[in-house]
Design a protein around this ligand. Structure first.
Ligand code: PEP
Ligand code: MN
Length: 337
């Protein structure tokens, strides 16, 4: 349920409503907008007497929230969530680009790529140290050594870094290196992991599971939010369909849909979304046109010899060309890059 306060309601009136909700054994989520204050009520499983709250002084109305996600919903939090990261804002007017290799393979590979994506204008360096591979015989990532290289690349380029955390027990280690924690598609419903990153002090990028609905994605975001971390970024990375020509089917309709349902920033991953480097640039441009707040793109200096996801990785020069094209699309939709 949300309680919409009257325009200009006094602080004391808001405090009384909050106190009453807490007495009912419910939790409160306050959203103080420019126009009015909205109080989100997170129930305890028992019915909430909305009429009683609606009669309180300063209250305009009480509206039941029928959707199963609350903290992630736009009803609870009408304005966009925007938060700073290393001098840029995520969720604001600027479209944020995260770029780098699928996996950290060695020092030169990572540092070369980091310099190249930085020169091209990327805002965040990506690189996997713990890799969730379908086969246990495929390269599993460099682990802790990879995280140290990521720290070196951050130091040299000044770019913040995003990297995947695969298990709750890895959260403390990965948090010491990463500026953004990535939850991979395969982990979207690992509730112990969502709980752990919900208690961490880092922004989290949550990728949509390969067979997950938009509502399931938002319910997973709700886990992170409900454990106290309000810096959650949603990521559309393609879902599995019957179409074999692409690795996944990139669901770009999820972008405006998520923006409608939720206040959280939305990032698109056209690399995993298509599996083919030739399709990455057109889908990246389409994502920006559709309202994405950011992109995450795999870049490799030698895609032919990449240890993972070479077929969907852009060479640095192609990434640089894409950044120029994206600037034009961003401008057309009132954004910057
Ligand atoms: C990745 O970003 O390299 C990755 C493994 O992505 P996903 O979890 O979307 O498959
Ligand atoms: Mn990858």
């Amino acid at each position: 349920m949300i309680i919409i306060m009257k325009h200009g309601a006094a602080q004391g009136e808001v405090a009384n409503v909050v106190a009453r909700i807490e007495q009912m054994g419910c939790q409160v989520h306050l959203s103080e907008g420019e126009e009015r204050t909205i109080i989100g009520v997170i129930g305890n499983g028992r019915p909430i007497d909305g009429e009683q709250l609606a009669r309180m002084s300063g209250v305009e109305r009480a509206v039941p929230v029928l959707r199963p996600f609350k903290l992630a919903s736009r009803e609870f939090h009408p304005s966009n969530t925007v938060f700073p990261l290393n001098g840029v804002s995520i969720g604001g007017r600027q479209v944020i680009t995260m770029a780098g290799p699928c996996a950290i393979e060695d020092r030169d590979q990572l540092l070369d790529t980091a310099r190249a994506v930085k020169d091209a204008g990327a805002h965040v360096l990506r690189g996997g140290a713990f890799k969730p591979r379908t086969s246990p015989y495929s390269f599993q990532g460099m682990g802790h050594e990879g995280l140290k290289l990521l720290a070196e690349a951050r130091q040299e380029t000044g770019l913040p870094v995003i990297t995947e955390v695969m298990a709750p027990e890895q959260v403390p280690l990965v948090t010491t290196y990463a500026d953004i924690l990535q939850i991979g598609a395969r982990s979207m419903q690992n509730y112990a992991l969502l709980h752990a990153v919900g208690e961490s002090q880092r922004p989290v990028m949550l990728k949509r599971g390969m067979m997950s609905t938009v509502e399931e994605l938002l319910m997973s975001a709700e886990y992170i939010l409900s454990h106290g971390n309000d810096r959650v970024i949603l990521c559309e990375r393609g879902i599995r369909t019957f179409e074999p020509y692409t690795r996944n089917t990139l669901d770009l309709s999820a972008v405006p849909l998520l923006k409608q349902l939720s206040h959280l920033p939305v990032v698109v991953d056209p690399s995993h979304g298509t599996g083919k480097w030739e399709l990455v640039a057109p889908m990246a441009m389409a994502a920006v046109a559709a309202g994405a707040d950011g992109l995450i793109i795999e870049v490799h200096r030698s895609p032919e010899t990449a240890m993972s996801d070479g077929a969907q990785s852009l060479k640095p020069s192609r990434f640089s060309d894409l950044m120029s094209s994206l600037a034009l699309v961003a401008q057309a939709v009132g954004r910057t890059i």
